[in-house]
Design a protein around this ligand. Structure first.
Ligand SMILES: Cc1cc2nc3c(=O)[nH]c(=O)nc-3n(C[C@H](O)[C@H](O)[C@H](O)COP(=O)(O)OP(=O)(O)OC[C@H]3O[C@@H](n4cnc5c(N)ncnc54)[C@H](O)[C@@H]3O)c2cc1C
Length: 439
């Protein structure tokens, strides 16, 4: 297990399931009773997964690092949600099948409960709510609009509440005191986190900043400079990202909407910098963001370069706008003095771009590589050299197979890099990647 948070998630999932498995053990029972037992276990595990998915959606700077960073935490949230949905779909099927020996009316009590049986109906409505609110996350109907998806996804909190109303009165899997404690703790924590996200989180976590400069980096890419309006600027590490919310009234889209952007400035710089590529409505509007307007910043989040690996030899592969975490790290190595270079292992950066005009930050990366002892820069241009391949990597970094790999860029580049790493015998645990995509 790579992170302490992984152990916590596993424990939260296993404890209720094991308790239900032990207390509900049917012994030498009939097939129908066994089906009922399995159905209840699926229900308990599914509900626990659903609550844990809600708990890990908490977004607090510094907390995500115990789970391997926010992007990893979101992936776990996603998989827990999927597991919950599948288990909760199986739950009523097994419960209904367990009633087969008692005839059709007994099965019907599960599949179509009596009108006054609100406990059973709460379970059904919770399940339907989950299907409606979570289906877009699994892209069953194609890729959804991100902001609309976020709004719909948030309504999944309703399913949490209904799930509790269904489970608390049905204590057949565990003794009532145990059941109330388990669901009270898990459900209570999930609901608190849900209310925090829906209410005060935005007001408290977003800090006011001023946009001090907007610089055109290349076609459809701007670099935004930010300074805190009051208080100190946030402390961060190379590779981390913030949620940026512009307040510029003249923006055509995305005003007051938060979006994640990796910090491209070095941790020791005066202000913060992000580079924004035009990839949709909000990022398109940011291309004409005005200086001297207000914005807010929430963060930092993420753990792209885990601290325990920084002293190891590294291979960095950055493509397109995915170069930003490496720009921050390169600036850190350049201006962080001896302390920085001593803490970081020797790093080779392959800067992948279509052609030199799309190699953002090429000049500053070259300057950093010229002055930082531990950094070597290798440009790679798709238009001239074709896709990145093993021979290119080995020609410029002969010991690539023994290095820690850090890759950030479009999905195709991450895929190709992973294939090359595999061919070179790099273990999965030495391959770290980030795609600028949460869905
Ligand atoms: C960890 C991380 C770091 C990123 N760093 C950078 C960076 O340094 N520079 C850069 O140009 N882009 C970066 N991005 C991508 C950037 O967040 C999206 O391009 C931007 O949010 C697109 O919004 P839009 O309204 O313009 O486009 P849309 O058409 O609304 O969105 C395009 C896609 O961007 C993603 N996206 C949109 N809004 C959000 C959101 N609020 N949270 C998470 N994902 C979202 C979704 O996958 C969506 O499908 C990063 C993304 C992530 C997850």
């Amino acid at each position: 297990m790579r992170n302490p948070g992984d152990g916590l998630i596993l424990a939260l999932l296993l404890i209720p399931t094991l308790l239900a498995a032990i207390f509900g053990w049917p012994g030498s029972a009939t097939a129908g009773q066994w089906l009922g037992y399995m159905g209840r276990l699926a229900g308990v595990a599914g509900l626990a997964a659903m609550f844990i998915a809600a708990i890990v959606s908490v977004r607090l700077p510094g907390v995500d690092r115990y789970f391997g960073g926010l992007t990893r935490l979101w992936k776990q949230h996603h998989y827990l949600g999927l597991a919950a949905l599948l288990l909760l779909l199986i739950h009523p099927v097994l419960m209904a099948l367990s009633r087969v020996p008692f005839g059709l009316p007994a099965m019907q009590e599960v599949l179509w409960p009596a009108s006054g049986d609100w406990v059973m109906w709460a379970g059904w409505v919770a399940l339907i709510a989950m299907m409606v609110f979570l289906a877009p996350s699994f892209q069953f109907f194609g890729r959804p609009d991100y902001q609309r998806w976020k709004g719909i996804h948030f309504l999944a909190g309703l399913a949490l509440l209904l799930g509790l109303l269904h489970t608390l009165p049905l204590t057949r899997s565990m003794p009532p005191a145990v059941s109330n404690s388990v669901w009270g703790i898990l459900g209570g924590a999930a609901l608190l986190i849900f209310l925090w996200r829906a209410g005060p989180a935005r007001r408290i976590m977003r800090k006011p900043y001023e946009v001090t400069r907007v610089r055109q980096l290349a076609d459809r890419i701007v670099e935004i400079h930010l300074n805190p309006i009051k208080g100190k600027r946030l402390q961060f590490e190379p590779g981390q990202f913030i949620y940026f919310t512009p307040r510029d009234e003249s923006l055509s889209a995305g005003r007051n909407e938060e979006h994640p952007y990796t910090l491209s400035s070095a941790p020791q710089d005066e202000g913060l910098k992000i580079a924004v590529k035009d990839l949709g409505d909000a990022s398109h509007a940011l291309q004409s963001l005005r200086a001297q307007t207000e914005a807010s910043v929430d963060g930092p989040y993420g753990l792209f370069f885990p601290p325990h690996l920084r002293h190891r030899k590294q291979l960095w592969i950055g493509g397109g706008i995915g170069i930003t975490p490496f720009v921050s790290a390169a600036e850190f190595l350049r201006s962080g003095g001896n302390e920085a270079t001593e803490r970081w292992g020797d790093s080779v950066l392959i800067n992948c771009a279509n052609d030199p005009s799309r190699a953002y930050y090429a000049d500053s990366l070259k300057e950093a590589a010229d002055s930082a002892r531990a950094l070597t820069l290798i440009p790679h241009y798709f238009a001239e050299q074709g896709p990145l391949n093993k021979d290119f990597v080995l020609a410029h970094c002969p010991d690539a197979g023994e290095r820690q790999w850090f890759v950030c860029g479009p999905p195709a580049l991450v895929r190709i890099s992973r294939d090359i790493a595999r061919e070179l015998g790099v273990p999965a645990s030495a391959f770290h990647s980030e795609e600028f995509d949460f869905l």
